[in-house]
Design a protein. Structure first.
Length: 248
């Protein structure tokens, strides 16, 4: 999440991190941040200190009370007082404005990697950056959210979002299918099993409309619909969900 009252800076940082493969929402201040956090899980907040009304320090205190959310403060001209106070209220790191986007990216990746946050997996980088300290790939889930290609499924609110935080409309049946896949990653699920997991009593295992529904889901979540990499077809057996694919 990028929180800054200056639209140009906010949009510049959001667009840059989106190009690097991160899922990034943006807010103009504390009220908008709180509203978005009611809908979305947040791993890390890039937070401007000097904003009208509620300043970044107050927001940082709120975030730290919420738990282990990474906080990178943006400080005007690198003022020492801002940096010290920001760290005292719980910020993890700081970058001086105007910020070097490559430096900001490095700090974001470093902080997410130390925290083991799934957003670090979603971001493009070296293979080592997409692994945990044990050498195993980090999971694609965070809280009640699951990364699915170029989208993120919120299991609690039953909503699908793109990487910029915009909602992608889905039907109740589409959510049930996505949740079935999210609950069983890397497992081949037959049509009969998918229907059982989705609790759809009106369809039968031979009803090919489930294929149509999955085709529609692929239009929403796959990077390349012609060669699905998130929900793959296993000929003669069913479908399999492959988590952890980066959004682009």
């Amino acid at each position: 999440m990028v929180v800054d009252d200056e639209p140009e800076i906010r949009e510049m940082i959001q667009e840059y991190l989106l190009r690097q493969g991160f899922a990034v929402s943006a807010a103009s201040g504390g009220a908008e941040l709180r509203a978005l956090m009611q809908e979305r899980a947040v791993d890390l907040v890039i937070l401007d200190i000097n904003m009208p009304g509620e300043d970044g320090l107050s927001i940082a205190r709120y975030l730290r009370e919420r738990g282990n959310v990474g906080i990178v403060m943006l400080t005007a001209n690198g003022h020492t007082v801002d940096r010290i106070v920001g760290l005292e209220v719980g910020a993890d790191d700081y970058v001086a404005k105007p910020c070097d986007l490559r430096e900001l990216l490095a700090r974001v990746r470093s902080l997410l990697r130390r925290a083991g946050a799934p957003a670090a997996v979603a971001a493009q980088g070296t293979a080592r950056e997409r692994e945990g300290v044990s050498g195993r790939a980090l999971p694609s889930t965070v809280g009640h959210e699951v990364r699915m290609g170029r989208c993120i499924l919120n299991l609690e609110s039953r909503r699908l979002f793109d990487v910029a935080g915009a909602e992608v409309p889905i039907t109740a049946m589409e959510f049930d299918l996505l949740k079935a896949f999210a609950d069983h990653p890397h497992k081949v699920l037959s049509r009969e099993r998918l229907l059982d997991l989705a609790h759809n009593k009106e369809m039968t295992a031979f009803d090919r409309s489930i294929d149509t529904r999955i085709a529609r889901l692929r239009q929403k979540i796959e990077i390349d619909v012609a060669t699905p990499q998130v929900i793959k077809t296993i000929r003669g057996a069913g479908y399999v969900f492959v988590p952890g694919r980066p959004a682009q």
